[in-house]
Design a protein around this ligand. Structure first.
Ligand code: 6PG
Length: 247
């Protein structure tokens, strides 16, 4: 039975991202000590940008960059220089500022046909993790965010990818944005050793209240329950303020 989600509430956004950076560095050091490498899947959107900036800035000395392998949990169907691109956001906040070996970054080639990009990325995962046909990769850390509708990665309520039980990476049509996204599926998210959700700001208070106080809501972000891993939500007080646990 997966462990229940742990909710860590930090008073301010500054404290939240510092705590997230410390957790990132802890996971990295532990994985490198145990296995010689640290495999992390990054989240997109706006929330994690401050974490990436911290890792490339004040925390840079503590990150084993040469032993860290960066993947993406999802991507918008746009080229890597597009303002909407998650890769672009991470590149500007971290990769361009830290000693990251280019061979350690595995971006989703979302400039291509979405189906092809998803298939290629699944192949990249299968090769890198040397997976058997029915096996999913085990990331040391997967970073996730949550949208106001309870989506995470690009697993949106009512979308087809929610039911994917075999493939690791799929194209997912998002009706409300009238666009395709390329996203990890639950088999990947729920096989991680550690999943860290980040939520910051008052505009996340409603959805965190739903996620934590209405377990039957069946939201995509509630379906992330690592089978043999740890699930931690880190939020600032503004975001967690309406949850029973934080009040
Ligand atoms: C994306 C993300 C998505 C994000 C949430 C929250 O590509 O947009 O993977 O799941 O984490 O939409 O986004 P914000 O951090 O911008 O609120």
């Amino acid at each position: 039975m997966p462990d229940p989600a742990e909710l860590r509430v930090l008073d301010t956004a500054v404290e939240l991202f510092r705590a997230a950076a410390r957790e990132f560095v802890n996971r990295a050091s532990q994985a490198v000590k145990d296995k010689g490498r640290f495999c992390v899947a990054l989240s997109g959107g706006s929330t994690p940008k401050r974490l990436y900036s911290l890792l490339a800035g004040s925390e840079a000395k503590a990150v084993p960059w040469d032993r860290t392998y960066f993947f993406f949990g999802d991507e918008r169907h746009v080229p890597p220089d597009d303002p909407e691109s998650n890769y672009r956001m991470v590149n500007e906040a971290m990769f361009s500022k830290a000693p990251v070996p280019p061979g350690n970054v595995f971006r989703i080639h979302a400039e291509k046909d979405a189906t092809l990009a998803a298939q290629e990325y699944e192949e990249t995962l299968r090769k890198f993790f040397d997976l058997a046909p029915d096996q999913a990769p085990r990331f040391d850390l997967i970073l996730l965010g949550v949208g106001p509708d309870g989506h995470t990665a690009s697993l949106f309520p009512g979308s087809a990818a929610l039911d994917e039980a075999k493939r690791l990476v799929v194209v997912n049509w998002v009706e409300k944005f009238k666009t395709d996204r390329i996203t990890f599926t639950f088999p990947v998210l729920n096989n991680a050793a550690f999943v860290l959700f980040l939520a910051s700001g008052a505009d996340k208070a409603g959805i965190l209240h739903e996620v934590f106080d209405n377990p039957a809501a069946g939201l995509p972000s509630q379906r992330v329950r690592p089978e043999h891993g740890k699930l931690v939500w880190m939020a600032d007080r503004e975001a967690a303020g309406r949850t029973r646990r934080a009040s």
